[in-house]
Design a protein around this ligand. Structure first.
Ligand SMILES: Cc1cc2nc3c(=O)[nH]c(=O)nc-3n(C[C@H](O)[C@H](O)[C@H](O)COP(=O)(O)OP(=O)(O)OC[C@H]3O[C@@H](n4cnc5c(N)ncnc54)[C@H](O)[C@@H]3O)c2cc1C
Length: 365
């Protein structure tokens, strides 16, 4: 594996690390469920300390989305996701600090939670090294080498590396490399911002102190961060970037973002309104026109794509890695069917469509 900087240098370190299976389309839900199984069986499949906190996920939606939620929960159950509809009393039972109206409706997933994104990525890299994978850090791929209609390797500033198969798994940075061999990848770079606040006293302390809440009605999400803090984000509030590396300068969280994140979350947890912000960060995501990943084998022969994760690739990462490995070794993915994620869907106008919720900033499936 060739990595321009170091393991977990970019999105996979900066991620919010939510591990959920609630999606509004079946293909993504299947991948997320396959990813969840890795987090649940970490010690056996990866080894070492488990970086996953199973807090449960609450996914409340706006009144006008109740029918969508009912349809999506039925779709998810058919896919194998453990989820149920709950009303305000159960919401308050799970999270006593929550503000729930009489007619509120949420999906609840007991198996979901969050993971430490950097630790997760380093653990996977460590397990790969133990199995004999060579990870060369500080080595940038500058060109994909092709002979005839086949990939033969890649070029780096220092040398050429011969390879019968090349997997591009480098987010928006893949676009110019692919374009140089005739593959057009429709990815835009955007920045995503997060704020970290001191956890209000009416929420339980601890790493697993409160559930992950993805509040579709108000476009905000939260999860615990350490024992005494909570992470806040706005689903889909994204800042376009002129280049994928420019998130720090072009999408730096400002006071306006922090205030908006707190006030949107306070509509669900009123005590977050005054929670002091202690830190913030932003990171790059690589979005496609339907906000779903591209996982495919393309021409020239031997070129594979695992890009365009669209701000939702952390939880699915282990499963996507497994699918790509199966494509390379066996010619097709066996863990999860992935034809919906093919690159050609954009030209064919056959995008992955979900029963997407309406709330503010809701650009996530
Ligand atoms: C703030 C934020 C919050 C998020 N929240 C969530 C969430 O809650 N749940 C979730 O599932 N997902 C979330 N995501 C999305 C998720 O983190 C990403 O989809 C995922 O980490 C992408 O992994 P990746 O390996 O494709 O990209 P990256 O982790 O960005 O890795 C790409 C790597 O490629 C390297 N690279 C680039 N160009 C080259 C080159 N030419 N040669 C060699 N190496 C190169 C880079 O250095 C980088 O390390 C979030 C993302 C952000 C930024």
């Amino acid at each position: 594996m060739l990595e321009r900087e170091g393991v977990a240098a970019q999105a996979s370190r900066l991620s919010a690390g939510l591990v959920r299976t609630h999606y509004s389309n079946a293909p993504e839900a299947r991948l997320a469920l396959a990813g969840l199984k890795w987090f649940e069986n970490w010690a056996e499949l990866v080894g070492g300390e488990v970086p996953f906190w199973r807090t449960g996920l609450l996914n409340p939606v706006a009144r006008e989305d109740h029918d969508k939620l009912r349809r999506n929960v039925a779709m998810l159950q058919a896919v194998g996701v453990e989820t149920e509809l709950i009303g305000p009393e159960e919401m308050v039972e799970l999270e006593p600090a929550i503000h729930a109206k009489e007619d509120d409706l949420a999906a609840y997933e007991p198996r979901s939670g969050y993971a430490d994104p950097g630790a997760t990525t380093h653990a996977v890299a460590g397990a790969a090294r133990r199995l004999g994978v060579e990870i060369a850090e500080g080595v940038e791929v500058t060109r994909i080498l092709v002979e005839g209609d086949r990939v033969t390797g890649v070029e780096t500033p220092a040398r050429r590396v011969a390879a019968p198969a090349v997997v591009l798994a480098n987010g928006a940075w893949s676009v110019p490399l692919a374009r140089a061999v005739g593959v057009e990848i429709p990815i835009e770079s955007v920045g995503v911002r997060l704020a970290f606040v001191r956890r209000p006293p009416d929420l339980r302390p601890g790493w697993g102190g409160h559930a992950v809440v993805l509040d579709r009605a108000h476009g905000a999400y939260t999860r615990p961060e350490g024992a005494d803090h909570s992470l806040l984000g706005l689903s889909g509030a994204r800042v376009p970037l002129t280049a994928p590396d420019r998130y720090d300068s072009e999408a730096r969280p400002d006071a306006e973002f922090e205030q908006l994140a707190r006030s949107q979350l306070a509509l669900r947890f009123p005590s977050f309104a005054e929670a002091p912000v202690v830190a913030h960060r932003s990171g790059p995501i690589d979005i496609t026109p339907d906000l779903c990943a591209i996982i495919d084998r393309v021409q020239p022969e031997g070129l594979y794509l695992a890009v365009g994760m669209s701000g939702s690739g952390f939880k699915k990462g282990p499963a996507i890695g497994q699918c790509v490995a199966e494509m390379v070794l066996h010619g097709e993915s066996r863990t999860v069917p992935i034809p919906e994620f093919r690159l050609s869907r954009f030209a064919e106008n056959d995008l992955i469509r979900g029963d997407v919720y309406s709330g503010p900033f809701n650009l996530v499936h």
